[in-house]
Design a protein around this ligand. Structure first.
Ligand SMILES: Cc1ncc(COP(=O)(O)O)c(C=O)c1O
Length: 316
C-alpha cells in the first residue's frame, strides 16, 4: 500500500482546491463482484465538503464574468444543504455577498455553517418547507431585482457544465480506458446530466445510471423522487441510459457498511449510489465476468449528525 504524508498542492485560493478529487477502489464491498472494479469519486474532498462545490463555483464565476454578479449584488438562493455551504464558502473566497432563505425549522448546525462564512440567513415559514423557501426567494428578487442575483441551480446550464468539464473529465483521465458504467443520484440532476454528456462522447460506450429514491417520502437527503417533484429544467431522461430506484433502508444500510468496511463515512445519497453500483457490478460479474463501475460519493456522513426534524429517527 502506498502512503505519503508529503503530497502537497500549493494554491493561492481555496477556489483552486475544487476538483481533482480522488477515485477510490472499493475493495471490501467489491468482493461480492470480484471480476468487476468498483470505484467511488470522493466529492466530499472538495473544500465545501460536497459534490455541489463544482456547480456552485462555476455558476458564481460565470455570473461574475458576465457582469450579473458584482459588488452591488447579493447572491440569493433557497438552500440549507450542500449548495448553501458551497455558495457561502465561495462567497467568502470571492468577496461576494450571499443570502440564503431556509425554513426556520432547519437545524441550528445548518444555520451556523452558513453564518460562519458571513452569509445572511433569511427564514421562511416552516410549515411551507422548501417550496415556501423557493417562493420567498422569488418574492424577494421580484421586489428588488437590482439588489439580487438568483443563480437558480435547477435551470442554470453551468450546473451540469461544471461536471461536464470537471467530474467527467477527471473520471476519463483516471479510468477512461476501462469504465463501463457510471452511477450518480438525481438532486438538481446537474451531476448525472453533465457527467453523462461527456462520458457519452468517449470512444467506448459507457452506460450512465441515475439513482432515484423508490418512495416519494424518503430519507435519502439530496436526492429527488422525480414522479412526485417539480422536474428541474436542466433534467432530461434522454441524458442518461437507465434509472435505478433505491429504498431509504438500502441507502442507509450501505452508508453504514461503507463506514465500517471501507472507512468511508458518507451521507445517505452516497449509500444509495454505491448500493446501485454494487447491484450493477454483481450482475456484470454474473453475466459478463468483468466491468468497471464508477459511483459518486456526494458528501460526508458527519453533515447529518445534527439532524433536521424529519431525519430524527436516524441516530448514529
Ligand atoms: C447529498 C447530495 N447528494 C446528491 C445530490 C445530487 O446532486 P445534483 O444536484 O448534481 O443532482 C445533492 C445535491 O444537492 C446532494 O446534496
Amino acid at each position: 500500500m502506498r502512503s505519503s504524508l508529503v503530497r502537497s498542492r500549493r494554491m493561492g485560493s481555496v477556489v483552486e482546491a475544487v476538483g481533482q478529487t480522488p477515485l477510490l477502489r472499493l475493495r471490501s464491498v467489491g468482493r461480492e463482484a470480484p471480476s468487476v472494479e468498483i470505484y467511488v469519486k470522493l466529492e466530499f474532498a472538495n473544500p465545501g465538503g460536497s459534490v455541489k462545490d463544482r456547480a456552485a463555483l462555476r455558476m458564481m464565476t460565470k455570473a461574475i464574468e458576465a457582469g450579473s454578479l458584482g459588488d452591488d449584488k447579493t447572491l440569493i438562493d433557497s438552500t440549507s444543504g450542500n449548495t448553501g455551504v458551497a455558495y457561502s464558502l465561495f462567497g467568502a473566497a470571492l468577496g461576494v455577498k450571499v443570502a440564503l432563505v431556509m425554513p426556520s425549522n432547519v437545524s441550528k448546525a445548518r444555520k451556523d455553517i452558513a453564518r460562519a462564512f458571513g452569509t445572511e440567513v433569511i427564514f421562511s415559514d416552516p410549515m411551507e418547507g422548501s417550496d415556501g423557501a423557493i417562493r420567498k426567494v422569488r418574492e424577494i428578487v421580484e421586489a428588488s431585482p437590482e439588489r439580487y442575483y438568483y443563480p437558480d441551480q435547477y435551470s442554470n446550464p453551468h450546473n451540469p457544465l461544471a461536471h461536464y468539464h470537471g467530474t467527467a473529465a477527471e473520471i476519463l483521465d483516471a479510468v477512461g480506458d476501462r469504465i463501463t458504467h457510471f452511477v450518480a443520484g438525481i438532486g438538481t440532476s446537474g451531476t448525472i446530466m453533465g457527467t453523462s454528456r461527456r462520458l457519452r462522447e468517449h470512444h467506448r460506450p459507457i452506460r450512465c445510471v441515475a439513482v432515484e429514491p423508490t418512495e416519494a417520502l424518503h430519507g435519502l437527503e439530496g436526492l429527488k423522487h422525480l414522479p412526485s417533484s417539480l422536474v428541474p429544467p436542466i433534467h432530461s431522461e434522454a441524458g442518461y441510459d437507465e434509472t435505478f430506484r433505491v429504498t431509504t433502508e438500502d441507502g442507509w444500510d450501505m452508508s453504514d457498511r461503507l463506514a465500517r468496511e471501507e472507512a468511508l463515512h458518507v451521507g445517505h445519497s452516497t449509500g444509495a449510489n454505491v448500493f446501485a453500483a454494487l447491484e450493477i457490478a454483481k450482475k456484470l460479474h454474473r453475466e459478463q465476468g468483468g466491468g468497471c463501475v464508477v459511483a459518486i460519493a456526494c458528501d460526508r456522513g458527519d453533515r447529518y449528525f445534527a439532524p433536521m426534524k424529519w431525519e430524527k429517527k436516524y441516530l448514529w
